[in-house]
Design a protein. Structure first.
Length: 446
């Protein structure tokens, strides 16, 4: 309508990089009454913080240190004073990715190594850093590129922002925050484990030390193991969303690790024996294993960890069903061994400790961590059957499973036998049947 006009608004402000605190990188400048602000000479870098500071007075401890801040001016030699402010911690986190390319170099970045390694292929970070940290990192990359340190102006080729771990909060009636480990549930009410005092259950929030809704990793590892903790965190929710830490969820993950251990032990005992084979069951299990492998490979590459774990659950169920068949026929024993090995390799990235123990049971020649990722057999991944939608006068009424590449006559006959199709026709005459192979059957009637 010609009323509005396009305008770009910038909300960037100057970045105040100094902080009045002890922890942080010293700002390498010296204040001289005659020369003004003088950079610390390169030969005197890095500036080392004193270790004998005290925190008994308000303010910056470096201001109160009796000797550290007093130095001669590098230019004129007169008494001068170090800068006692330290850098904002974002200073370090804005370019550490570049330092990682050559951590032992005498220069900030070895230009050759920087050109080889950068940009970072995949950056995974928390949502709390999705603005400032990434903004500063891009600023630093462009500044360092112009200074000749490396030749990229975008530090990260791909960004994935993960969710946070959240938990319920607990408070006493006086407003004191209580750790989840100190809260127990009895007869539907939450009580303080030590005092028995009733607790007020608050909302589910981001874990923070201030509200004490944190879980000690040492306790988790002591009770369940690191593998269980990892498995629960990856399986409970998509990685881009927040995950609520629950005792029930961790216990469920722990039970599944026990089930995996039992399945692998049973599979390791299966040996081929003479007797009647079970080729159909063996083929079904091999198909399940290779389809799971193909799906897990794709899911891991796409950072869909919870979906990958869901596939592993399905394969564990298929392996458990095969183990219950008995008979130890040669075909099935071979398929069980193959499925068990693929299962272990698939859950190894999430549960490396359990995987190594299971791999030993299965006779692995070298550690899982040194074993190449397996490749799915395309012939076993391909479906022999397809799902075909069935329509009556363009409206979907049912679906059916047919052999892949089924002839038009077979598809038409199968569609007309469906109960829902018969009901939809309701005495109408079939005028024409349109078949799109492996996809759809449309019955035109009137």
């Amino acid at each position: 309508m010609g009323i509005g006009e396009r305008r770009v608004n910038f909300r960037l402000r100057d970045w105040g990089v100094s902080r009045q605190r002890y922890w942080g990188c010293p700002i390498p400048v010296i204040h001289c009454g005659s020369c003004g602000i003088v950079p610390v000479p390169k030969k005197d870098l890095p500036v080392i913080l004193p270790e004998d500071v005290t925190f008994d007075k308000p303010g910056n401890p470096l201001d109160h240190h009796p000797t550290w801040k007093h130095v001669p001016c590098p230019s004129c030699g007169k008494p001068a004073r170090r800068e006692t402010d330290t850098f904002d911690t974002f200073i370090d986190s804005s370019w550490y990715y570049a330092r990682f390319t050559s951590p032992h170099s005498s220069e900030p970045v070895d230009a050759k190594e920087g050109r080889y390694w950068l940009p970072v292929d995949q950056y995974i970070g928390g949502v709390e850093h999705a603005i400032l940290h990434l903004l500063y990192s891009r600023f630093y990359a462009r500044a360092m590129e112009r200074a000749g340190h490396f030749n990229v102006d975008e530090p990260f080729a791909s960004l994935f922002t993960q969710g946070m771990v959240i938990h319920e909060t607990f408070q006493t009636k006086d407003g004191e925050w209580v750790l989840p480990a100190e809260a127990v549930q009895k007869d539907g009410a939450w009580l303080h484990a030590k005092t028995g005092e009733p607790l007020i259950v608050g909302g589910v929030e981001k874990m923070s030390k201030s509200k004490k809704n944190v879980v000690d990793p040492d306790d988790i590892i002591a009770n369940y193991g690191a593998d269980t903790a990892r498995w629960f965190m990856l399986s409970d929710t998509p990685p881009e969303r927040d995950i609520e830490w629950t005792t029930a969820g961790v216990e469920g993950a722990w039970r599944f690790t026990q089930r995996l251990w039992r399945l692998v032990n049973e599979a390791a005992e299966w040996k081929p024996q003479d007797g009647k084979g079970d080729a159909a069951a063996a083929l079904e299990l091999r198909r399940a294993a290779h389809k799971a492998l193909a799906a897990v490979t794709d899911d891991l590459n796409s950072l869909r960890f919870n979906r990958a774990i869901a596939r592993i659950y399905e394969l564990a169920n298929a392996l458990g069903t095969a183990l219950q068949l008995g008979g130890k026929a040669p075909e099935l024993a071979s398929a069980i061994g193959e499925a068990a090995r693929l299962l272990v390799l698939m859950f190894a990235p999430m549960m490396p400790h359990l995987a190594e123990e299971c791999w030993k049971l299965l006779g692995g020649e070298k550690p899982v961590v040194e074993t190449a990722w397996p490749k799915a057999d395309p012939a076993l991944v391909a479906d022999d059957e397809v799902t075909v939608a069935v329509q009556v006068n363009g409206k979907r009424r049912d679906e059916m499973r047919l052999p892949k590449g089924a002839a038009k006559e077979q598809a038409e006959a199968s569609a007309l036998r469906l109960e829902n199709v018969s009901r939809a026709l309701a005495g109408m005459n079939v005028r024409k049947v349109i078949v799109v192979q492996d996809r759809i059957v449309n019955i035109v009637a009137g």
